[in-house]
Design a protein around this ligand. Structure first.
Ligand SMILES: [Zn+2]
Ligand SMILES: [Zn+2]
Length: 183
């Protein structure tokens, strides 16, 4: 078992030298069991945070931004992580809240503006990011694009698909089992 932080390669990877030097913290002198707080810099997302040394070594706690335990603007917020989803953010229905006010794993039921049919709809941020949840006005909730959508399953019928009459419905947004009728 390493005794000093400097002997623990995992911790040393994230030791924030600049900030810790300023506080006079020396990893060759501090025990991994120390209750002293130190600065860490995430090796994945570069987020910096301040936490007790023994907590990190004992509980193996990692970067709070990568674990979505905190909102870290510029690191794990919706705008930074998922700009493709953030662009559907409804311009007025969310009040003063912006996509950068939530992390990508947030359970907040936000309002979105569908880029296809222009209907507003409400979905949890996490469902949009993790499950690819889409607009219920023009998309089939059961669709998994690239798997069971009409365009993937029956590419031959796309030739006969009437874009104009079916608008705003698109064949990639409906599962082939959909009960809706199309032109
Ligand atoms: Zn991180
Ligand atoms: Zn829509």
């Amino acid at each position: 078992m390493p005794k000093h932080i400097s002997e623990n390669t995992e911790l040393m990877k994230e030791w924030d030298w600049d900030a810790n030097n300023k506080e006079g913290l020396d990893p060759t002198q501090l025990s991994v069991q120390s209750s002293q707080k130190a600065w860490w810099k995430c090796s994945k997302c570069n987020y910096r945070w301040y936490s007790v040394i023994s907590n990190r070594s004992r509980n193996h706690t990692g970067c709070p931004a990568c674990a979505y335990k905190v909102l870290a603007k510029g690191y794990n917020d919706l705008e930074t992580r998922n700009p493709d989803i953030a662009k559907d953010w409804h311009p007025t229905k969310n009040g003063i809240l912006k996509p950068s006010d939530f992390n990508s794993a947030s359970l907040y039921r936000a309002w979105w503006l569908c880029p296809i049919c222009h209907h507003p709809y409400q979905k949890r941020i996490m469902d949009r990011v993790k499950k690819g949840a889409k607009c219920n006005h023009c998309c089939d909730p059961k669709v998994v694009q690239g798997k069971n959508d009409i365009a993937t399953k029956f590419p031959e019928i796309l030739k006969e698909w009437d874009d104009e009459k079916n608008f705003p419905f698109q064949p990639q947004n409906f599962s082939y089992g959909s009960k809706r009728k199309f032109w």
